[in-house]
Design a protein around this ligand. Structure first.
Ligand SMILES: [Ca+2]
Ligand SMILES: [Ca+2]
Ligand SMILES: [Ca+2]
Length: 135
């Protein structure tokens, strides 16, 4: 027969397990910060956004020529933005040029100018625009 104490211990263990269920299993809505918040402080800062942007740049650069052309960008950057972000007018973006667009979109999404983006800021139109450059 189970003693009162061991029942209590079992319940406590069950509570601990329930408390450690990862966020994605608890909520159906995808967490916009997931995978971007490398230091796990609950927000995305510019360095984290640029790191993710640089990783995506490498993935998108299928021919490994160090630049993204219109085809490789696949609509992530509008023609107008591409023209503005491409100071040497060769219609491709180097990684630096791409990350400059990331920074612009980061600043556009950071409505309270506190240097970080929280889940709410990332869920806005500007935030979603930024996310398209990051994953
Ligand atoms: Ca962070
Ligand atoms: Ca390329
Ligand atoms: Ca902010």
């Amino acid at each position: 027969m189970l003693s009162r104490r061991s029942v209590l211990r079992t319940l406590t263990a069950a509570t601990l397990i329930a408390g450690s269920v990862p966020a994605f299993a608890r909520s159906k809505r995808p967490d916009p910060i997931q995978g971007l918040d490398q230091d796990n402080d609950g927000t995305v800062d510019l360095a984290e956004a640029k790191k993710a942007g640089a990783d995506l740049f490498d993935k998108l650069d299928r021919d490994h020529d160090g630049t993204l052309d219109k085809r490789e960008l696949a609509g992530r950057v509008s023609a107008k933005e591409l023209a503005a972000a491409d100071p040497d007018h060769d219609r491709t973006l180097t990684k630096d040029e791409y990350l400059a667009v990331v920074e612009q979109r980061f600043n556009a999404a950071n409505s309270d100018s506190d240097g970080t983006l929280d889940a709410k800021e990332l869920s806005t139109k500007a935030g979603r625009n930024l996310l398209r450059l990051l994953r």
